[in-house]
Ligand binder design. Structure first.
Ligand code: GAL
Length: 688
């Protein structure tokens, strides 16, 4: 990092939208209407300049800022702040023609024609220089503009480039990392199928059969994006050191290790486009979309756990790029927006303010649609939320402060993706993390979703599902966490490979064997029609009773020093351990050897929460599909968001203690009645 961090501390809850005035420059009356409609929609922020490069530099070196000067001033006059984007997400045609090296090359070796967006080479010195030039001019010109709230760097960085420049740079990076080819060959186990490299230049194909190579390629591409961001932000930090920078990340995107990108910016933003009301199977309850969206908020927030984040893009109603996009039903806009704020977002922004007239996104919903006025359901939904945000000002600056973590790690996700194994069709890493997260959500317990390099000392309970790949130091840090009183939960497939995907020798879970007190010998892959019962050991210390089903993966383990909590009760491995506990120092480490049913995870999670002394904010269980999420202010005031993600009503008893309703400022009733897809905000102290 070249400059000290600028802090993201907005003075209002942000309510904003991506704004493309350049598309309407030559259409009379539109800018005037927009300046009226922004405040009417109770918006206070515009994201400006995303993809605007051809309007800012229509020919090489011919910078045209007059239109942006005018719109910055007009937005300021109409009460808006601006998140100003750098334009690198889409390059101008003239540049692509003059400098072919900036066009990305696909895995097939073919250079892509100029089209679409997000299609530049990540390494090209020419592109980096061009981006540096325009960013410098933007920083010099607008760095002190009173409307400027932050820098939006590029847009949704994505993809890989396989051009000769990228490959050469990859080889340089490998030389630095491994120094000798022998070390590289050992780390990649490349004698396999006669792949041993005898000259650096032979490293060309990103061969899917050499997993160490694939992991290093993904790390390298992540590094390219990180250095690209660093180059983008350098002039911004130089000319506007107090203005915070952000990148907008994408929910399920995993081509980069986002944890490695986070330090490059001052605050994290992400773009959330859940399939509300449109789940693929009628059997999937609607609330699961709320659950998954919460998980993603918790994942992005945990990338900078002490900072607020921002929901930088969401749609006011429908998207236009899915096979099917239902309208947002009444209540959903409010509840999904409040969910973001509940998890620590300092506001909500939309893609997009005004629907474009032509091209690819004209039928994507917008705050202002093609009829151009304010008399639409979507506009009213947006305005109502803006009005509510004004009432919510007192909670600005409070934070979600979880002491529970469910780990989700990108490098581990890559290793599981690459792995050829007995469970190829049912690896389900993300789904498994979500399954372990679900009981916490249902009990109203706030959770962080960090990667394995996070600071573990801030947590009291860590669940690390399927932590197959262990980076150097992870096992030691988890051991220290448990010794210091933490409770750790691991599962099958933990501790099998190292950083370059080499199996740990001498017994799984490798460097965690002592901490878990077990040895994992092999694992069974179960087809869907076969399940294995699991039963608790009578008198087990968690007080677990009953019987549950294991599905899909059953690891066969030996309890070396661990205490057995539950055993398999079927198959040839009946009687062998399925759940174990090993005490170490002041804490304990549990291992769940099989992919267990939701019923088991609910019972087990409730028991370890009791052991950790973590109580839910409300009487539990909450009704299915309802969650309670808390933000806490520095002075201890709590803001409790109750959200019903069911498409049917629900009632929630509040239990002892007095809660106040933020919207009415009155004492809340003892039982809260929530209509379908509805939410309310309570606080534990009277409102001023
Ligand atoms: C986002 C992108 C926006 C817009 C939006 C449409 O991924 O950043 O520019 O395309 O999708 O939903």
């Amino acid at each position: 990092m070249t400059a000290p961090l600028a802090r993201f501390r907005p003075t209002n809850l942000i309510h904003g939208a991506d704004y493309y005035p350049e598309q309407w420059r030559h259409v009379p009356g539109i800018w005037d209407a927009d300046m009226r409609l922004f405040p009417e929609a109770k918006l206070n922020t515009a994201t400006l300049g995303v993809f605007a490069w051809t309007e800012l530099e229509p020919a090489e070196g011919d910078y045209q800022f007059a239109w942006m000067d005018e719109i910055m001033d007009r937005l300021h006059a109409s009460g808006q702040r601006v998140l100003l984007a750098t334009p690198s997400g889409a390059k101008p045609n003239w540049m692509a023609v003059k400098y072919p090296e900036i066009r990305r090359v696909g895995e097939n070796g073919q250079r892509e024609p100029q089209g679409f967006r997000h299609n530049h080479c990540l390494t090209s010195p020419v592109y980096r220089e061009k981006v540096g030039q325009i960013n410098t001019r933007l920083a010099q010109r607008y760095g002190r503009h009173p409307a400027l709230l932050g820098w939006h760097i590029s847009n949704e960085y994505g993809g890989y480039c396989y051009c000769p420049l990228c490959k050469a740079s990859f080889r340089d990076w490998l030389r630095e990392k491994y120094v000798t080819l022998d070390a590289l060959n050992d780390a990649w186990w490349s004698r396999f199928w006669s792949h041993r490299y005898t000259a650096w230049e032979q490293i060309d194909l990103i061969d899917e059969y050499i997993h160490g190579l694939r992991l290093d390629w993904k790390r390298f591409m992540t590094r390219q994006v990180a250095t690209f961001i660093r180059q983008e932000t350098a002039p911004l930090r130089q000319h506007a050191p107090a203005v915070p920078t952000t990148i907008n990340l994408m929910g399920h995107y995993d081509l980069y290790d986002y944890h490695e990108l986070a330090p490059e910016v001052d605050f994290i933003s992400w773009d959330s486009y859940p399939v509300w009301h449109g789940q693929e199977s009628a059997a999937t309850p609607h609330w699961q979309i709320g659950l998954e969206t919460t998980f993603l908020h918790d994942m992005f927030r945990a990338m900078k756990p002490d900072e607020p984040f921002l929901l930088l893009e969401t749609t006011p109603s429908q998207v236009n790029w899915r096979p099917l996009s239902p309208l947002k039903r009444p209540g959903l806009h409010r509840t999904s927006s409040l969910l973001a704020v509940a998890r620590g977002s300092e506001g909500v922004c939309y893609f997009q303010f005004r629907a474009s007239r032509g091209s690819n996104e004209k039928f994507h919903s917008a705050v202002v649609n093609h009829d151009g006025g304010n008399d639409t359901r979507v506009f009213r939904d947006v305005r109502d939320l803006g009005q509510l945000f004004q009432k919510m000002q007192p909670l600005l600056g409070s934070r979600a402060r979880p002491v529970i973590a469910v780990l989700h790690d990108y490098q581990n996700r890559w290793a599981l993706q690459e792995m050829q194994s007995p469970i190829n069709q049912q690896k389900k890493y993300f789904e498994t993390c979500l399954e372990h997260y679900t009981p916490f959500w249902s009990l109203g317990q706030g959770v962080d979703v960090p990667g394995q390099s996070a600071d573990f000392s801030r947590y009291r309970l860590i669940v690390a599902p399927m932590l197959h790949l262990l980076l150097p130091g992870t096992a030691e840090r988890l051991t220290a966490f448990v010794e210091n009183g933490g409770i750790l939960v691991t599962t099958y497939l933990t501790g099998y490979v190292n950083e370059t995907d080499l199996c740990f020798l001498g017994g799984f879970p490798g460097p965690l064997r002592k901490l878990l007190g077990i040895r994992a010998e092999e694992y069974d892959a179960l087809p869907a029609f076969r399940q294995v019962p699991v039963e608790p050991v009578p008198g087990n210390r968690l007080g677990l009773a009953g019987s549950w089903a294991a599905k899909e993966v059953c690891e066969l383990i030996h309890a070396e020093t661990a205490e057995v909590i539950a055993t398999y009760a079927g198959e040839f491995y009946a009687g062998t351990p399925a759940v174990t506990r090993q005490a170490t120092g002041r804490g304990a480490a549990y291992h769940i050897a099989a992919r267990m049913s939701p019923e088991f995870l609910a019972d087990f999670t409730a028991a370890i929460l009791r052991e950790a002394g973590l109580v839910s904010p409300l009487p539990t269980p909450l009704p299915v599909g309802v969650t309670a999420q808390t933000r806490t202010a520095d002075d201890g005031r709590e803001w409790l968001f109750l959200m019903n993600f069911n498409e049917t009503p629900a009632t929630v008893p509040l239990g002892p203690g007095t809660w106040y309703d933020l919207e009415t400022a009155q004492v809340a009733p003892a039982v809260i009645a929530l209509p379908a897809v509805a939410s309310c905000i309570l606080t534990n102290r009277p409102l001023p």
